[in-house]
Design a protein around this ligand. Structure first.
Ligand code: NDP
Ligand code: 2IT
Length: 448
């Protein structure tokens, strides 16, 4: 029976084989540290070698997308689907279109997705996919042609009970519509094979808002746990996409002062706090604009600062909602010095390892994305169940269920994340252990 003397042993096994996959190793390292003691204390987990099996994807599909753009030129992109773990349900997780997409990024996202999906309590395994295609500056027609070519390859590997992709960076409602249309045409099936669909063709109410809203529902629970509330707090948000804008909107509705948004090119700062109508303007216009934040500056909704990030702004709460490793150790230092006491991740792994360590050293409340951004995939799970029943549920009830799911995840983190004799809650440890127990039990029950 395999006893792991410490987490280094299995990490070394992975590091030797996947030494150049730094994001994947970073995500695994973060989890192993917390779960190996639980593994070592459980004879069945050891007998079934669950940790090693959980770290390795069940399958990685690679394909080349050769397509003809709207000018008739041939373009070639790379595509992947990482089907990480299916013990708890069909592989489930988003698709990302970005030039930075590679195997390491998708493996880290797929690995984290398994833990996140386990926390939702819904029957979903974990996966992630995407392409190095860069949609910036492309015509709508090019986006459609690319999505169709991508789906021509992906379609043979997915299905409503096999693998259910959704959106992620640069894959939103428009792209899901084009992807879904191509799947339906090729398979002659109208089934819940993708989530994030339009409301007219099997989509769910509240899915668009769910990640950002869910993040703020989680923040509500964190505030209650610490005898405080969101109202009156100064909040910095990074990103200006689906997650960031809906987080900013819900936080503003709850009385917080949201003083920033950002993108890969710079920062929008509004010291007085963005209004609901400013944020709604961004929600309505961001997909049509090349840089919505610069447009907001020209409309006097804040000041645009080229190449700046929000992390030097004084605040009570930080919500990083853009991308992985966007918040470094020096940013964490600046946040702490300027009075920030809570950091909740809307993006996946936005804080570097060193930034995380600094937060815990200074007893800053830090919540990893696998817990705090689980609202998006939770609503995807509810979209899948609506599709299976050919129904469409009421938005108010779905919003309440999202709130309940986020509160439940919070309680799991608190139950497993409280250190003995200390009132500091280690949300990272809590999330990792709670998710691991569920995953490991499902693996043991289903044999090798
Ligand atoms: P969007 O494509 O809607 O928005 C992404 C935002 O992040 C844009 O403002 C983009 O700026 C910015 N961004 C992207 N790359 C960088 C970078 N390298 N540096 C700074 N800013 C960057 O994506 P989402 O809002 O859907 O996703 C954001 C994060 O949330 C991702 O980590 C994703 O994995 C995670 N997530 C998403 C969920 C969902 O349901 N959509 C669910 C759970 C997590 P620019 O326009 O300049 O590129
Ligand atoms: O990171 C994520 O959780 C997502 N991009 C959403 C996944 C999903 O299947 O809804």
């Amino acid at each position: 029976m395999k006893q792991l003397s410490n987490f280094d042993e299995i990490y070394q096994f992975l590091a030797t084989r996947f030494g150049n996959e730094k994001e994947y190793l970073q995500a695994v390292h973060e989890v192993l540290h917390d779960i190996v003691p639980i593994y070592n204390a459980n004879e069945q987990y050891k007998a079934f070698d669950v940790v090693r099996r959980l770290c390795l994807p069940e399958r990685i599909i690679y394909f080349t997308i050769s397509w003809s753009n709207s000018d008739g030129d041939v373009e070639v992109n790379q595509g992947w689907r990482v089907q990480h773990n299916s013990n708890m349900g069909p592989y489930k997780g988003g698709l990302r279109f970005h030039p930075s997409v590679n195997v390491s990024v998708l493996k880290f996202l797929a690995f984290e997705q398994c833990f996140k999906n386990a926390l939702t309590g819904l029957p979903m395994g974990g996966g992630k996919g995407g392409s190095d295609f860069n949609p910036r500056g492309r015509s709508d027609r090019d986006i459609m042609l690319f999505c169709q070519a991508f789906m021509r390859e992906l379609q043979r590997h997915i299905g409503a009970n096999t693998d259910v992709p959704a959106g992620d960076i640069n894959v939103g409602a428009r792209e899901i519509g084009y992807l879904y249309g191509e799947y339906r045409r090729l398979n002659n099936k109208f089934e819940g094979v993708l989530t994030g669909k339009g409301l007219e063709f099997g989509g769910s109410y509240v899915r668009t808002e769910a990640t950002g809203f869910g993040l703020v529902y989680f923040l509500d629970a964190v505030c209650a746990e610490h005898d405080t509330h969101i109202e009156g707090k100064t909040v910095v948000v990074s990103g200006a996409g689906n997650v960031a804008l809906h987080a900013a909107l819900k936080a503003t509705q709850k009385g917080a002062k949201v003083i920033s948004l950002s993108n890969s090119r710079g920062l929008l700062h509004n010291e007085a706090g963005l209004s609901e109508s400013d944020i709604n303007y961004a929600i309505e216009q961001h997909t049509a604009s090349d840089n919505i934040l610069r447009d907001m500056d020209s409309k006097k909704m804040g000041q645009w600062h080229e190449n700046k990030t929000p992390w030097n702004l004084p605040c009570d709460i930080a919500l990083p909602c853009a991308t992985q490793n966007e918040l470094h150790e020096t940013d964490a230092e600046a946040l702490i010095e300027n009075g920030c006491t809570m950091v909740l991740e809307g993006a996946n792994m936005p804080c570097t390892n060193k930034a995380q360590s600094l937060f815990s050293k200074h007893r800053i409340t830090y919540v990893p994305g696998k817990a705090s951004n689980a609202g998006g995939v939770a609503l995807s799970g509810l979209e899948m169940s609506q599709n299976a029943m050919f129904s469409q549920r009421d938005p108010k009830l779905l919003d309440e269920e999202l709130n309940d799911i986020m509160k439940h995840i919070h309680s799991l983190c608190v139950a497993e994340g409280k250190e003995n004799g200390d009132d500091y809650i280690n949300y990272m440890k809590g999330a990792n252990i709670a998710a691991f127990r569920r995953l490991a039990d499902a693996m043991v029950a289903q044999g090798i």
